[in-house]
Write a protein that binds this ligand. Structure first.
Ligand code: TPP
Length: 354
């Protein structure tokens, strides 16, 4: 009898896929922070108060947070231009990200780049975003090969969009990783469009996940609107890679609410499709409702969380505005590794501390 009661309780708790209340609340914090950051940065951009470009990931937070959450601190992330939410989940500091956007010395590139080309390899193992799609894939292959050869129990994860899977480098990376059974997880963040080209014009098969068969690795397709599904599928892939089982391809499907960048109104996405996703498949709203219905959060805790996120953003904004611009004379610093420019802490007042 006691076992039956226990079994019933375990079954009722299955929805939480082994995560504690604190972890579930942490995931909600990350999802909401990413959404809030995306919305506020867009507003600042449209007001002409944020220079440069913005690459929204709105509507894709379930993928970004869900794939990164199973990684350990020492595992590495090789993101693409769209993945700021994934990078924040891996541990990039919001205030330094914001200093980056305003071209300040405390940004991750010390004022050399104005937006998404960010990474913090020494700090939290996020490789700097590179423009050439999907160049992060072969680099992740190299990292995974190094982990394997050194016998380190570490995993590399690379992310790219659906459009990038048409590039030869994507196929080379999958092929090599399968031949050498590398500890790597390949993530495709499928928003159903590569700029304006819909999936059926990008590849002849119905799904990206099934392409994994050609490389004899598991291919898993998950609903990007359900962060716990993404987390669970990716968690299994990460464990498999760490245990020597080789690579997995994860295809997480969602629909981005915004176009390629701030300048793109994305008129090519049918209105009804977009409305359906915004109303019925919002990963942030869905997860909040799940936690509410299971009594993990309530009105008070959600209000406190929203206020905390607002404070975090304001703090980041202040920090960025107060951070100095780099000294123009420092532009040649860091060209050679020997000068220690990138390994030192950002120097206040022009990067003089090298
Ligand atoms: C090799 C290469 N070709 C073209 C581009 C220009 N480009 C930047 S983003 C982008 C769209 C990529 O679509 P997708 O891979 O689906 O990612 P999404 O932007 O939708 O997240 C293109 C064509 C590039 N950066 N690199």
């Amino acid at each position: 009898m006691a076992t039956r009661v226990k079994d019933k309780k375990a079954a009722a708790e299955q929805w939480r896929v082994g995560l504690s209340d604190d972890q579930l609340k942490d995931i909600l914090h990350k999802l909401k922070l990413c959404r809030y950051f995306d919305e506020r940065m867009e507003a600042l951009y449209r007001q002409g108060r944020l220079p440069g470009a913005i690459y929204s990931g709105r509507g894709q937070e379930g993928t970004h947070v869900g794939v990164v959450y199973p990684l350990h601190d020492d595992d590495s992330l090789f993101p693409t231009h769209r993945d700021l939410s994934a990078q924040l989940t891996k541990g990039l500091e919001l205030r330094r990200v914001m200093a980056q956007f305003w071209g300040r010395i405390d940004g991750y590139t010390r004022g050399r780049d104005g937006n998404s080309h960010i990474g913090d390899w020494q700090g939290n193992r996020t490789w700097t975003v590179m423009s050439h799609l999907p160049i992060a894939y072969p680099v992740a292959c190299g990292a995974a090969l190094a982990y394997k050869r050194r016998g380190e129990p570490r995993v590399a994860m690379a992310i790219c969009g659906d459009g990038a899977t048409s590039n030869g480098r994507w196929h080379e990376a999958l092929n090599v990783s399968a031949i050498f059974e590398l500890p790597v997880v390949w993530v495709v963040n499928n928003n159903q469009y590569a700029y304006s080209a819909p999936n059926p014009l990008e590849f002849p098969v119905p799904t990206i996940a099934e392409r994994a068969q050609a490389y004899r690795m598991p291919g898993v397709r998950v609903d990007g609107a359900n962060v716990l599904d993404v987390y669970q599928a990716t968690g299994e892939a990460v464990d498999r890679a760490r245990d020597g089982g080789g690579p997995t391809l994860i295809e997480s499907v969602s629909l981005r609410w915004r176009g390629h960048a701030g300048h793109d109104p994305a008129k090519y996405v049918p209105k009804e499709l977009l409305e359906d996703y915004m109303q019925n498949k919002d990963p942030v709203k869905r997860f909040e409702e799940l936690l509410r219905s299971n009594g993990v959060v309530d009105d008070t805790t959600v209000k406190e969380l929203d206020e905390r996120i607002q404070r975090e953003f304001e703090d980041g904004y202040e920090f960025a505005q107060n951070s100095p611009f780099p000294e123009p004379g420092d532009v040649t610093k860091g060209l050679w590794v020997e000068d220690g420019y990138w390994t030192s802490e950002p120097g206040r007042g022009g990067g003089t501390q090298t």
